[in-house]
Structure formats: structure tokens, C-alpha cells
Design a protein around this ligand. Structure first.
Ligand code: NAD
Ligand code: ZN
Ligand code: ZN
Length: 387
């Protein structure tokens, strides 16, 4: 079959690879109908996530039709249309039972590797390095989906791929980012990053009762979407000082909660400093947005970190966090927890996630898709690939 494979920094190729087979009794094989490129894939593309090997199949946002079913699978049958959550979760361990699916204790066969780096292992993730399990991803014609009774969500008739695909990741992720803010009536929420994840965080903050959302980025078309589609006020961080602008907009108090939807590859004022330290392996991530989010947040407020971080950061303003009673909440999205309730919001017409799609390509064109999304060319927001 054809699959988008990682071959090194900025080197994605569409290769012929063996079709996946059922390995465990709880697996299904999904024939993929739609798959997308995520901001998290860019961290792989740019070579910032360790333990990638040439030939690894990429992709963790995908959906399709069940074409093969393992012996012990009870909830799915051949022909079902499903959307697949990006974290792989057993559904039975302590963390899964607590609905913390992205820290499943059982789904990472390479847990020892992650334990060395992180102390304990999170869940396995499709197409996201050998550190997180070495699972083949979904930017392919077929994928093997483990624990099929726990993850994949069967879709109701009539729901299109475009409406359902982002239940795999970015809609639940943005929603969790807003939920972590514990929004109270009257709250102002600031969101760093107006990529697809930021756009869903903005919409979700309003769905959860925020009065105002202030969105920060540098690309005019992304800020425009935050305003026109999301109803946010916006700040272009290349034009004004973000801290000063936020203080002015909030009567000097700062936002009640700040969402970092940027992660480890931020740009901005401190870019040269962090990029140099990154190159010298003195830090792995560039936490420019995170530092700003902490400094701007009001006393006693919450900083919700859904942008992905890979390793170690420098100049982390812990004094600000501690002395001002801030709360930091974070995590890979516990997607399985949110899929059903968010599916209902789509069915009720509260949100149509397809608003982020700007480009459609064949799987064969994945290399161009990665390049275009990385450089934000042609006002690219979200690329959907069809095998
Ligand atoms: P993206 O690359 O499209 O968007 C990132 C945006 O951040 C860009 O628009 C960029 O201009 C902006 N940005 C860069 N530096 C900034 C700064 N200093 N201040 C404000 N904005 C800045 O990516 P995306 O798909 O929206 O993903 C965003 C982040 O979310 C990534 O780190 C991704 O890995 C992460 N993510 C996390 C989860 C999770 O489960 N927690 C899931 C999906 C994605
Ligand atoms: Zn993703
Ligand atoms: Zn589990």
C-alpha cells in the first residue's frame, strides 16, 4: 500500500509499504478515507522528536472503514465507518478508567524508552516515534488500530468525513485546552497560536461560557479566521508587545486563563536565543509563547498548555507561577473522553469542524502538503489527504 513515510528532517516520501495485519485479537484494520496533517507532525518533520526511524509511517488524524476485525472485538464489524483517536488506550488500566486515555499504562510497548526521558511513559500514539510505541500511522491506505473497542468511534449515517475527521485530534484537543481553564461566566481567555488547534480552542472557550477570547498569532489570515469564524479579538505579536496589549485589553489584570496552542517551535522576540540553545542541545524546545502566557495571566489564573513540548526548556518563569498562585494544566488530549459529546455538538449544529479545511490533496502529494503547511503558504490552515 501507499503511505507517507518519514525519512529525516524535511524529508517525507510516499513509499510502497506492506499492508498492516491483525496482530492482536482486539485489533481492527481500517481502510482510510480521509487523513490530515497536524501541527504535531511538523515537530517530526522538523526533526525535534527523538526516536524516529527512516521509513516510519506518519499520521495520527485519520478515519475510514473497518475492513478486518480481530477475534475479540465486540463493538465493531466489517463495513463500519469510524474515526480513530490519536492516543492508543487499553480502556482498562487505572488511567483509562479515570478517563485519562493519553496516559494509558498499557499501550506503549516501548515504555522503557519513554521512562528514561520522562520518568514514566505516556500512551502510545499512532505515527509518533518509537518513544511513543513505534505504531504505523494513518497517512496511508490502511492502518492497524489496537484496542478497537476502546478507541474508534462509529459514525452515524449522513455525517461526512469533513465533519467527523477532526474528532480524531484537533477538536478534542482545542476543547480540552478550554476545559482545563475551568471557565467561569465573564472570563476572558487568551489563546496563543491561531493554527487549527488554536481555532478549536477559541470556539470551545466560547462554547464553555467565556465572555471574551483574545487570540495571538502573526499570520493575518489566521488572525482573520480567529475573528471571523471564532469571534475572537486579536493581537499580532509582530506588531505590538503582547503583554502590554493584553494588559490594556483587560484593565491591567491579565486574562483569567491563558492557552498555549503553539508548543515547542514558537517564534517571536526570544527566537534567536532559544534557537541557538536548541541547536547546541542546551534546550530541546522554544517556550516563547509559554513564557508569555505565564507572565500575562492574572494572579491566581490558569495556564493551559496544549501545544506539544518534547523535552527540556530554559528560562522558565517558575517564580511568577509560584508567587502568583498560578495553576498549570496540560496533556496530550484524552481524545476518547471527548469524542461522543463533541459528536453530539456537531449533530446539534453547534459547530461544524470542517471550517478549518483549506486544502485537499491526494496522499501522493503528502510531501508538498507538509512543505506548504510548514511554511503557511497559500493561506494554508489544514490539509486533508485522501488515499
Ligand atoms: P500550527 O503550526 O498550524 O499552528 C501554530 C501557530 O502558532 C502558528 O499559526 C504560528 O504562527 C503560531 N505561533 C508561533 N509562535 C507564536 C508565538 N510566539 N505567539 C503566538 N503564536 C505563535 O499547528 P497546530 O496544528 O495548530 O498545532 C499547534 C500545537 O498544538 C502544536 O504544538 C501541536 O503539536 C499541538 N497539538 C497538541 C495536541 C495535544 O493533544 N495536546 C494535539 C494536537 C496538536
Ligand atoms: Zn495531531
Ligand atoms: Zn489504559
Amino acid at each position: 500500500m501507499k503511505a507517507a513515510c518519514w525519512h529525516g528532517r524535511k524529508d517525507v516520501r510516499v513509499d510502497d509499504v506492506p499492508e498492516p495485519k491483525i496482530l492482536n485479537t482486539q485489533d481492527v484494520i481500517v481502510q482510510i478515507t480521509s487523513t490530515a496533517i497536524c501541527g504535531s507532525d511538523l515537530h517530526l518533520y522538523n526533526g525535534f522528536i527523538p526516536a524516529m526511524e527512516p521509513g516510519d509511517v506518519l499520521g495520527h488524524e485519520f478515519m475510514g472503514e473497518v475492513v478486518e476485525v480481530g477475534r475479540e472485538v465486540k463493538n465493531l464489524k466489517i463495513g463500519d465507518r469510524v474515526v480513530v483517536p490519536f492516543p492508543i488506550a487499553c480502556g482498562r488500566c487505572f488511567n483509562c478508567e479515570s478517563q485519562m486515555f493519553s496516559i494509558c499504562e498499557n499501550s506503549n510497548p516501548n515504555a522503557w524508552m519513554a521512562e528514561k526521558m520522562y520518568g514514566h511513559s505516556p500512551a502510545g500514539i499512532f505515527g509518533y516515534s518509537h518513544l511513543l510505541g513505534g505504531f504505523a500511522g494513518g497517512q496511508a491506505e490502511y492502518a492497524r488500530v489496537p484496542y478497537a473497542d476502546v478507541g474508534p468511534l462509529k459514525l452515524p449515517d449522513g455525517m461526512t468525513d469533513d465533519q467527523a475527521l477532526f474528532l480524531s485530534d484537533i477538536f478534542p484537543t482545542g476543547y480540552m485546552g478550554a476545559e482545563l481553564c475551568d471557565i467561569q461566566p465573564g472570563d476572558t481567555i487568551a489563546v496563543w497560536g491561531c493554527g487549527p488547534v488554536g481555532q478549536f480552542a477559541i470556539k470551545s472557550a466560547f462554547l464553555l461560557g467565556a465572555e471574551r477570547v483574545i487570540a495571538i498569532d502573526r499570520f493575518p489570515y489566521r488572525l482573520r479566521m480567529a475573528r471571523d469564524q471564532g469571534g475572537a479579538e486579536t493581537i499580532n505579536y509582530e506588531e505590538v508587545d503582547v503583554y502590554d496589549a493584553l494588559m490594556e485589553m483587560t484593565g491591567g489584570e491579565g486574562p483569567d486563563a491563558c492557552i498555549d496552542a503553539v508548543g515547542m517551535e514558537a517564534h517571536g522576540a526570544a527566537y534567536a536565543y532559544d534557537r541557538a540553545k536548541q541547536a547546541l542541545m542546551l534546550e530541546t524546545d522554544r517556550p516563547i509563547a509559554l513564557r508569555q502566557a505565564i507572565m500575562a495571566c492574572r494572579n491566581g489564573g490558569t495556564v493551559s498548555v496544549i501545544g506539544v513540548y518534547g523535552g527540556f526548556i530554559d528560562k522558565f518563569p517558575m517564580g511568577s507561577v509560584m508567587n502568583r498562585s498560578l495553576t498549570i494544566k496540560t496533556g496530550q488530549a484524552h481524545v476518547q473522553r471527548y469524542m461522543r459529546p463533541l459528536l453530539e455538538r456537531i449533530q446539534n449544529g453547534e459547530i461544524d469542524p470542517s471550517f478549518v479545511i483549506t486544502h485537499r490533496m491526494r496522499l501522493d502529494d503528502a510531501p508538498q502538503g507538509y512543505d506548504m503547511f510548514l511554511h503557511k503558504q497559500d493561506e494554508c490552515m489544514k490539509v486533508v489527504l485522501s488515499p
